[in-house]
Write a protein of this length. Structure first.
Length: 226
């Protein structure tokens, strides 16, 4: 099991394949994605790597994180994510991962925080049908209708689908295809839509249902030291 990467969502565009067909893609950019710490079986009870991406001001970084970044000899990071890995896929602390960590054609699982929609009604939030247009219904055409029984249970069940805050939740989209990568610019082009607004941090992993391609770099695609 390999590590994933942290990328930033730039937006959507289209590319063309050899047959001239256009493919809608989401552009993800990797920026200073480095290993900042290890988690080992002996010390922590499991094996994982901590990656940091982006750049943060020192004054905005907590004292414990500053110490962790100093121990790894890396600049303070704006985003830190931990990835479970197998023991043979540990990456050296301080190593910088590149976009070639993924190969064209492979499937990945992408995790992000969906765009917030604010307070939404039941029709928009849960795809309810609403009430009738006529036949005695007035004013409340888009209401959600009944919310429960009367005497038994005499309350509204927890989790009842009603109007409320829509979006801004953690979403994982599985089995998206990597169309191409650009190591020099740190770009990963993923087919289709990715959860999150522009500029949001996105976590990209090998697809858990499809496995890792045989030609994918192991333990990771690491930038050569200058």
């Amino acid at each position: 099991m390999r590590s994933g990467v942290i990328a930033q969502k730039i937006g959507m565009t289209r590319v063309y394949n050899d047959a001239g067909e256009h493919i809608p893609v989401t552009v993800l950019r990797m920026e200073n994605c480095q290993v900042v710490a290890h988690r080992t079986e002996d010390k922590n009870g499991y094996t994982a790597v901590q990656l940091g991406a982006g750049q943060a001001k020192v004054k905005n970084t907590s004292k414990p994180l500053r110490g962790q970044f100093a121990a790894a000899s890396v600049e303070p990071k704006a985003k830190v994510v931990e990835f479970r890995v197998s023991s043979d896929n540990l990456i050296d602390v301080g190593a910088e991962l590149t976009a070639n960590h993924f190969v064209a054609g492979q499937l990945v699982d992408v995790t992000g925080t969906s765009a917030g929609k604010g307070f939404a009604g039941a029709m928009k939030r849960h795809n309810f049908g609403g009430l009738r247009a006529t036949h005695g219904v007035s004013v409340s055409h888009r209401s959600h209708g009944s919310t429960g029984s009367n005497q038994d249970p005499g309350r509204v069940w927890k989790g009842k689908r009603m109007a409320g805050h829509m979006g801004q939740t953690r979403i994982t989209t599985q089995n998206l295809e990597v169309v191409s990568t650009d190591e020099d610019r740190g770009l990963i082009l993923v087919k289709g839509a990715v959860p999150g607004s522009k500029g949001a941090w996105i976590v990209v992993r090998d697809a858990i249902k499809s496995g890792t391609p045989a030609d994918a770099p192991r333990p990771a695609a690491v930038r050569a030291a200058k």
